[in-house]
Ligand binder design. Structure first.
Ligand SMILES: Nc1ncnc2c1ncn2[C@@H]1O[C@H](COP(=O)(O)OP(=O)(O)OP(=O)(O)O)[C@@H](O)[C@H]1O
Length: 267
């Protein structure tokens, strides 16, 4: 056997690596000294009470907010790891269109309400070069089926949809181009409990099927229990506990995480 046959393949670099990220609003801490890495296909949950810095962190990661310090390195296809804070605005927008998805808590923030449901899904493939109308429409309809929206609604505008349908459409719009990383901000927030459960099942199936990495911000432990491989718990802008989701939830070490877990169990 040659020595090269014995050599182990080099470990794949993280898809996203965050180091020492901080953001303040004047004297108010948004998030402070956050570091973590996420690998391809991995789902990271971020939980914490209101005001703990989850949205600030997510906005910095997805390029919507400029952090004060720290670095965010993303493994770009065909280019390798780049610090996204050094990308030009057009480069960052292109990355957001091709490699990333962003699922907002309020689906109306992530949909074009006056464009048909099919058009909402077809826009992303078109933005990256798809031109054949028949193919785009049939792909849009495949996705409507996947997210359980009746095909008779293809040409209807999402403003005529229920909240749950709008959220499912937003998910289809984001996943149609098979992004490698999806940012989700309270994806089931504002929905009825029964609608939430179905949506969570659907999301879990899609994320696993497509092997997408995701960062999910929520205050709902049921969401992370079902979707996240790993969990970070935030309080007052800092990460106070992290680890495998089941480990953190079944054996929380930090008093705040213990409180969070026990308050859910008491409900
Ligand atoms: N635009 C802003 N200007 C000033 N302070 C802000 C701003 N946005 C957030 N903050 C402050 O930063 C801290 C973190 O807020 P952030 O919205 O990131 O928390 P969160 O965990 O996402 O809360 P929620 O779950 O309520 O959305 C809070 O103290 C908040 O008041």
């Amino acid at each position: 056997m040659t020595t090269s046959a014995l050599r182990k393949p080099a470990p794949r670099p993280p898809l996203l690596e965050v180091s020492g990220l901080s953001k303040s609003y004047g004297t108010q801490i948004g998030c402070r000294d956050i570091s973590f890495a996420i690998r391809p296909g991995e789902v990271l949950g971020i939980v914490g009470e209101s005001g703990s810095g989850k949205s600030t962190l997510l906005a910095c990661l997805s390029g919507r907010l400029q952090p004060d310090t720290g670095s965010i390195t993303y493994d770009m296809q065909g280019r390798g790891p780049v610090d996204i804070l050094t990308l030009s605005e057009p480069e960052r927008r292109r990355l957001a269109r091709t490699d990333w998805g962003i699922v907002h808590q309020n689906p109306r923030d992530g949909l074009r309400l006056d464009v048909s449901a099919g058009g909402n899904i077809g826009e992303r493939p078109m933005a990256i070069g798809a031109r054949h109308y028949g193919d785009i429409r049939s792909e849009a309809q495949d996705w409507l089926k996947k997210v359980e929206i009746d095909l008779s609604r293809t040409d209807d505008k999402p403003r005529t949809f229920s909240g749950g349908m709008q959220q499912r459409l937003q998910i289809a719009r984001n996943l149609v181009t098979r992004p490698r990383l999806v940012f989700m901000d309270e994806p089931t927030g504002g929905l009825d409990v029964s609608v939430q459960a179905r949506l969570l099942d659907l999301l879990r199936g899609l994320v696993r099927e497509l092997g997408i990495a995701a960062i999910i911000v929520t205050h709902d432990l049921a969401v992370v229990r079902l979707l996240a491989d790993r969990l970070m718990v935030m309080q007052r802008g800092r990460v106070i506990e992290e680890g495998l989701t089941d480990q953190v939830l079944d054996d929380p070490h930090h008093p705040y995480t213990q409180l969070l877990v026990s308050s859910v169990l008491q409900v």
